[in-house]
Design a protein around this ligand. Structure first.
Ligand SMILES: NC(=O)C1=CN([C@@H]2O[C@H](COP(=O)(O)OP(=O)(O)OC[C@H]3O[C@@H](n4cnc5c(N)ncnc54)[C@H](O)[C@@H]3O)[C@@H](O)[C@H]2O)C=CC1
Ligand SMILES: O=C(O)[C@@H]1CCC=N1
Length: 272
């Protein structure tokens, strides 16, 4: 594993997820730094993971070998512009932002940079994340290996050949934990309406979700339809539930949601 000094600019949800993976993998915490304007998130990161923290983006970036840009897309330009005077020629810059194309960052920093675009997701904090990675031909194998090693501490990675494919990664992995949370949330609400205690409804739904995901992963030779059919007795209870989803065009809704997700990433690429 690389012993690079890593600096996260922005210490929100996603930085917390990635830092958690990195530190839990055994990466020395004194080599990891996070910055944020407000102190509370920094204090929590320091307490939980023992990393370095500060409010000084420029100083932290100047001292780092790897800079991870982890602010919201709307703030990215302003944050990068404040670092324009740094010499970034020997640094690897990793961005996790949705919807900002790689070429924009050299404009923001006003100098040529070595940048890898990534699209992680929040399960990274548990080591079961999924991160899409994109680098153009100018990025060295060494820098790609550093980025891959770091992001793999949070789970699996997938390199994409074309930058626009990262938008599909957003729809399938970056944003998708929220789809599953919504589905589980709706199941729990329904269970409660049926009269079940909230804690019990959550326990049942979350364990079913975990078991279902594990079955998908551990049965690579089986199609999703087969796994579904194995639960669905003819004339039974599951058949009624599945028929309800199909009549409501759940597949069409999912397709629409994922296309809207990609469309928004494309819109953001024009905005920023
Ligand atoms: N939340 C998610 O599941 C995922 C988010 N992303 C991307 O990660 C990036 C960050 O998203 P989140 O962590 O969800 O947002 P967040 O809002 O939780 O974190 C961003 C942090 O940046 C801080 N910040 C604001 N101005 C700053 C400045 N000038 N200098 C340093 N820090 C500053 C904020 O105080 C905040 O703590 C976004 O670009 C998003 O597109 C990518 C994949 C998944
Ligand atoms: O919602 C967003 O824009 C970010 C990118 C993927 C997950 N969260």
């Amino acid at each position: 594993m690389t012993q690079a000094k890593i600096c996260f600019i922005g210490a929100g949800n996603m930085t917390r997820s990635i830092v958690s993976g990195i530190v839990k993998s055994g990466y020395p915490s004194h080599l990891v730094h996070a910055t944020n304007p407000s102190q509370a998130k920094l204090d929590a990161l320091k307490a939980d993971f023992g990393i370095e923290v500060s409010n000084e983006n420029t100083q932290a970036a100047a001292e780092a070998d790897v800079i991870v840009l982890s602010v919201k897309p709307q703030l990215m330009q302003q944050v990068c512009e404040q670092m324009q005077h740094l010499d970034l020629s020997n640094k690897l810059i990793i961005t996790i932002a949705a919807g900002i194309t790689a070429s924009r960052y050299s404009d923001y920093f006003n100098q040529p940079i070595k940048l890898i675009r990534t699209m992680p997701n929040t399960p990274t904090q548990l080591g079961v994340g999924m991160t899409g990675l994109y680098a153009d031909a100018s990025i060295s194998a060494e820098h790609k290996a550093i980025c891959q090693t770091l992001m793999q501490t949070g789970g699996k990675v997938l390199w994409v050949d074309k930058e626009e494919d990262l938008n599909q990664v957003i729809a399938l992995a970056g944003s998708s934990p929220a789809y599953f949370f919504l589905f589980i949330e709706a199941m729990i609400e329904s269970g409660i309406k049926m009269g079940m205690d909230a804690a019990n409804a959550r326990a049942l739904a979350e364990q079913a979700a975990l078991g279902a995901a594990q079955m998908v992963i551990e049965n690579q030779d089986l199609s999703l339809a087969t796994l579904r059919n194995n639960v669905t007795s003819k004339g039974g209870t599951t058949a009624q539930a599945i028929a309800t989803f199909e009549q409501g065009d759940l597949r069409g809704l999912v397709d629409q949601a994922m296309n809207n997700c990609v469309d928004r990433a494309e819109e953001m690429a024009k905005l920023f």
